[in-house]
Ligand binder design. Structure first.
Ligand code: HEM
Length: 364
């Protein structure tokens, strides 16, 4: 069995996961192109993502009036997407406000889906702001932060991380064997189940190590609200590390280069550029790939469980072999194509590559 385009397949899988577990929707594997004025939610989300550069660079009115079918479709996708987000948010809010009222009557029910949990915390922030006499409209996350982030931040990031993880494991089969050993020890002969995820630290470490080396959200923007001295380190080609500080003045916008922190030999040792998942089983330096502090990733645990489930589900059953472009393609050339050719788009994106899956269960 072969997967021709790993990146595309994984983006589709993580979209289905966030649809099911985040929004409670079952989407089909294959997307049908509808031609009506309003596109269904999953199609509008998918089309907006496919056209993200156009969506950023072109104002909506230009896409609407230019007589090019593709641009007009992008515009319809954008309008439909925003309408769907609005509708979903309002439905969930109405549902939870009703539950809050019954909670006052002693029938509290915490939401179990991700969207419900976020809107629930939003309602609580607003209530707190009201009680303290503040502005409830600026309390907590905004509507677009809640749903927009969940849709886009919630599947492309984990899809791309899994794409890189599959590439690393295909290129370093010795780690496939290590991971499989752990899965068999934790799950026996049965297929890995949710309750076993916490017993798969090396499998999770493969994902963390992948993210460390290929930091998916590599630039995090911040604004300084006070003057602040930011410590940082530099190092030269001989490995000599120098500690420095930089004064960031109040009001400045700055970008945290988390990829540089993740590769810094001062923190991660002289083998910081090597793929070694086992390092995450020891005490590690602060891990920044999900950001840190009050605005760190809300979906961190969700992503960790999702990625561990995927890796354990595949490698319990199969070993993976990279598909060469031609017979003479060397390991170095494959690595350059599968990992080093990554591009910086909305998030760091793996190159195009395919893999072959070989069943391990049949050969045992
Ligand atoms: C490997 C997967 C993921 C990575 C590497 C990642 C990384 C990040 C990072 C670095 C941030 C902070 C951005 C900033 O500070 O400006 C962030 C924020 C966020 N992420 Fe993730 N993320 C992942 C998966 C997810 C998933 C699966 C969800 C939802 C289910 C999610 C939801 C969010 C949300 C809602 C925020 C905004 C939090 C806020 O604004 O306070 N992320 N993510």
């Amino acid at each position: 069995m072969a997967i021709k385009n790993v990146k595309e397949s994984l983006i589709r899988i993580t979209l289905l996961v966030i649809g099911r577990k985040g929004l409670g929707r079952n989407w089909p594997w294959s997307m049908i192109n509808t031609e009506g004025y309003s596109l269904p939610f999953e199609e509008s989300l998918f089309t907006v993502e496919q056209s993200v550069l156009f969506q950023i660079l072109l104002p909506a009115w230009i896409m609407r009036i230019v007589p090019v079918h593709r641009l007009q479709r992008y515009w319809r996708a954008r309008v439909s997407f925003l309408q769907h987000l609005d509708q979903m948010y309002m439905n969930k809010r109405t549902e939870l406000e009703a539950t809050q009222t019954s909670a006052l009557n002693g029938e509290d029910q915490a939401p179990t889906d991700l969207l419900g949990a976020l809107v629930h915390s939003q309602l609580n922030s607003e209530q707190e702001a009201r009680l303290q006499g503040g502005d409830e409209k600026v309390a907590g996350l905004t509507k677009s932060e809640i749903i927009g982030n969940m849709c886009t931040a919630g599947h492309e990031t984990s899809g791309h991380t899994l794409g890189f993880a599959v590439a690393y494991l295909a290129l370093y089969p010795e780690w496939q064997d290590e991971v499989r050993k752990e899965i068999m020890a934790a799950c026996g002969a049965g297929e890995p189940a949710y309750k076993e995820m916490r017993n798969l630290p090396l499998t999770l470490a493969v994902c963390l190590e992948t993210l460390r080396l290929r930091d998916i959200v590599s630039t995090v923007m911040r604004k300084a609200i006070v003057d602040i001295e930011v410590p940082y380190t530099t190092w030269d080609s001989t490995g000599i590390v120098t500690r420095r500080t930089h004064l960031v003045k109040k009001g400045s916008f700055f970008v945290i280069d988390s990829a540089a922190t993740s590769l810094n030999p001062h923190f991660w040792g002289s083998d910081s550029l090597e793929f070694n998942p086992r390092r995450h089983l020891e005490t590690t330096p602060p891990y920044v790939s999900f950001s840190l502090g009050a605005r760190q990733c809300l979906g961190k645990r969700f992503a960790e469980v999702e990625m561990t489930s995927f890796i354990s589900g595949i490698f319990y059953q199969y070993s993976i072999i990279p598909v060469k472009l031609h017979e003479q393609e060397t390991w170095q050339e494959m690595k350059a194509r599968m990992i080093d050719s990554a591009t910086e788009e909305i998030s760091f994106t793996p190159g195009k590559f395919g893999v072959r899956l070989q069943s391990r269960l049949e050969s045992e």
